[in-house]
Design a protein around this ligand. Structure first.
Ligand code: ZN
Length: 233
């Protein structure tokens, strides 16, 4: 075993440590932030090839017309790709699947749960609707949501989840909801952060802690087979 081989072994061992710490801390988000901020030097995880996940759009129709057009979908995907690029993740838009007018207005929890009937495997399910109401405060209109539908997850399999974006949402909202999909639960009060509710005229981005969480969840989705993975051409 030459010197080069030894150093490779050491790197792999250290990588194993950091992944183990990751797995532990994501189960407890309250204490995870500091850990994620610490590493500033590139680790072997940042050198992984970019992964491509398919996002399949399910677009509600009203009076026979889709609530958004292809340009709208492409603008959301383009912004998601810009924001996720530092995480080594890209999204490819799948073929549009039309869904009925009864799914165009999501007023209550059960309206969101009902979208679970359209879910398959291997892709990120993205529902685009005409209207989305907050389910806790009916006076509030939402632009998007990350949701876990009741009654569609099988025992022993990862719990199903999807994202919803309303037609009046600005182009960064899909990226925000995908940020939740990839493990970022909170809305930090950081101006310009894609997960923040604060207004921003500047392009939005993830911070280092969020990017590392995204990489961890991308790996998990790939490992469990929840998402099929392609590579950058
Ligand atoms: Zn959010």
């Amino acid at each position: 075993m030459g010197r080069r081989t030894v150093s490779v072994v050491v790197v792999l061992v250290c990588l194993g440590c950091s992944i183990a710490a990751f797995a532990q801390s994501t189960d407890s988000f309250a204490q995870s932030t500091d850990f994620f901020v610490q590493p500033t030097t590139p680790t072997p995880t940042t050198a992984l090839r970019a992964r491509v996940f398919q996002v399949r759009p399910f677009v509600a129709r009203v009076d026979g017309e889709p609530v958004v057009d292809e340009d709208w979908l492409n603008a959301q995907i383009a912004e998601a790709n810009r924001v996720f690029e530092p995480a080594g993740i890209q999204f490819r838009l799948g073929d549009v699947v039309p869904i009925g007018e009864q799914h165009a207005r999501l007023e209550r929890r059960r309206d969101r749960h009902a979208l679970g009937q359209f879910m398959g495997t291997g892709v990120i399910h993205w529902f685009v609707v005409g209207f989305l109401r907050d389910v806790d405060d009916p006076t509030v209109t939402r632009r998007g949501v990350h949701w876990r539908p009741k009654g569609y997850s099988k025992k022993g399999e990862p719990r199903k989840h999807f994202v919803v974006v309303a037609k009046y949402a600005r182009p960064h909202v899909l990226a925000h909801e995908l940020g939740h999909f990839f493990g970022n639960r909170t809305h930090p009060e950081i101006e310009g952060n894609i997960m923040s509710y604060l207004p921003s005229d500047a392009p939005r981005s993830f911070n280092l802690a969020q990017l590392q969480r995204i990489r961890f969840f991308a790996q998990r989705f790939a490992n469990t087979g929840e998402l099929a993975v392609g590579n950058m051409e």
